[in-house]
Design a protein around this ligand. Structure first.
Ligand SMILES: CC(C)(COP(=O)(O)OP(=O)(O)OC[C@H]1O[C@@H](n2cnc3c(N)ncnc32)[C@H](O)[C@@H]1OP(=O)(O)O)[C@@H](O)C(=O)NCCC(=O)NCCS
Length: 146
């Protein structure tokens, strides 16, 4: 059974280590710590005592911005991301949100496929949003109604 718990400072070593194994440009421990300090929504998914993934969101009025959603590499494509996103959507609805937004790298076709599958659509681009190997990379902005 998968359980979702609030991410705390005590989780940051494990989360930061997982993040470094998932992304070429990972969030730092400080990025996660800042999110917790700012009161952002942040969860850890666990199954049988093992962390399977995590997510961070920020709510601004009736919009929830998905800042990070990640599943451990060896567990990807096994439904964990979908279950975590369902958990976030349920949380967002109970907190009065009517829309969810996110950014994703144009080259992250797996991520875009995941979001399209979950009802997101592209609503625009943000120029030079991400650090990249050569300079910066644009972001695809996607949104869905809740
Ligand atoms: C994106 C991510 C959170 C999705 O979680 P997941 O547990 O792997 O995804 P699920 O198993 O729930 O996938 C659900 C659907 O998403 C789509 N999808 C997921 N991974 C995909 C991939 N590698 N290629 C194409 N489509 C994919 C598929 O439609 C999939 O359904 P299917 O397996 O029946 O075809 C996870 O793969 C991940 O952490 N990736 C690396 C980090 C990342 O890119 N995060 C998003 C950055 S914005």
């Amino acid at each position: 059974m998968i359980r979702y718990q609030d991410m705390t400072v005590a989780d940051l070593d494990a989360v930061t280590a997982a993040e470094a194994g998932i992304y070429a440009f990972p969030w730092t421990r400080g990025n996660f710590a800042d999110s917790l300090a700012a009161g952002h929504g942040a969860w850890l998914a666990r199954e049988g005592g093992r962390m399977t993934g995590y997510a961070v969101v920020v709510q601004v009025l009736d919009e929830v911005h998905l800042l990070n959603i990640s599943v451990l590499p060896e567990l990807q494509r096994g439904g964990h991301g979908s279950a975590l996103l369902d958990h976030i959507v349920a949380w967002a609805r109970t907190h009065g949100a009517t829309r969810m937004l996110l950014e994703v790298r144009p080259g992250n076709l797996a991520g875009q496929g995941f979001y399209l599958r979950h009802g997101f659509e592209e609503i625009g681009r943000r120029r030079d949003y991400y650090p990249a190997r050569a300079g910066r990379e644009d972001a695809v902005v996607m949104a869905r109604k809740l």
